[in-house]
Design a protein around this ligand. Structure first.
Ligand code: NAD
Length: 253
């Protein structure tokens, strides 16, 4: 089994993508061919779609909320939650996933750069009302709530063409990390696809990837561990000293 040695002085940055939740039954964009009711996902998850047809957009997110209801965290989510409790402030976990499976596994400090499936917010820029937890579905135009400011309630999701959340915090964490691990992300969606190259260039960090397929940004990783997140992650992290001892013991035999 592959391992990543973590020393006491290491700071770890984790970037997780849709593949982390695939074993929980949530399709990745690639896995579902990126198609919903004959629409490409990019066409439904965009400000243009919202302006043109908010009913269709909410039907898409209502469907995604329903699909999520029966899903549970898998051993990959649990391994990352355990790592968070072991490393504390030395771990920064940024996810592209909008699902709440990491939260359910007990990972409470994850930064959701693409928003949250079970949160909504007002669509008016400058509205002072903050995003709020919301598990409901909105099947038609009449059911979509309005905000007190006169705006319309939309999913709290970073759509294609919008700026991801928490970027300042994310780039600060990248600059101070010595180990970078990406799990289950195809390496196509920016800006996350460039994080591995960024952390290598700025901090000289060791970079690793976990997933069944080679990502598009393979060149940015020192090592790729090919396998499913739920199978690879639970074994992946070892204290540096223990791994060195294991390697020495192997050489002596
Ligand atoms: P992606 O769909 O582009 O790529 C998914 C990657 O996961 C692929 O490279 C695939 O090989 C890998 N994968 C499949 N099964 C895996 C497994 N068991 N273990 C590990 N890896 C596995 O996803 P992305 O790079 O995260 O980017 C696409 C966008 O999709 C993001 O913006 C994200 O917000 C959104 N998205 C999120 C969810 C979710 O919240 N669960 C689901 C679908 C899409």
């Amino acid at each position: 089994m592959p391992t990543i040695p973590i020393s006491r002085s290491d700071r770890l940055f984790i970037l997780s993508g849709a593949g982390l939740s695939a074993e929980s039954g949530l399709p990745t964009f690639r896995g579902a061919n990126g198609i919903w009711r004959n629409h490409r996902v990019e066409e439904v998850a965009s400000p243009v779609a919202w302006a043109r047809d908010p009913e269709m957009v909410w039907q898409f997110y209502t469907w995604r909320r329903e699909v999520h209801q029966g899903c549970r965290p898998n051993p990959g989510h649990q391994a990352l939650a355990e790592l968070e409790s072991k490393l504390g402030e030395r771990l920064f976990h940024c996810t592209q996933n909008v699902d709440s499976l990491l939260d359910q596994a007990g990972a409470g400090r994850v930064v959701h750069m693409h928003g949250r499936l079970f949160w909504s917010r007002c669509d008016r820029r400058g509205c002072p009302q903050p995003p709020f937890p919301d598990e409901r579905g909105y099947p038609d135009l009449a059911s979509i709530p309005g905000c007190v400011c006169g705006g319309r309630i939309r999913p709290h999701i970073c759509w294609f063409g919008e700026t991801p959340f928490h970027l300042d915090e994310i780039f600060r964490a990248l600059a101070s990390s010595s180990v970078f691990l990406c799990v289950g992300s195809s390496g196509v969606v920016e800006p996350a696809a460039s994080f591995a190259a960024e952390v290598k260039r700025h901090s000289g960090a060791r970079t690793y990837y976990v997933g069944p397929e080679v990502p598009a940004n393979r060149d940015s990783f020192d090592e790729c561990f090919q396998g499913k997140a739920g199978e690879v992650l639970p074994e992946l992290f070892q204290p540096a000293r223990k791994t060195a001892a294991a390697v020495c013991a192997k050489q002596e035999n």
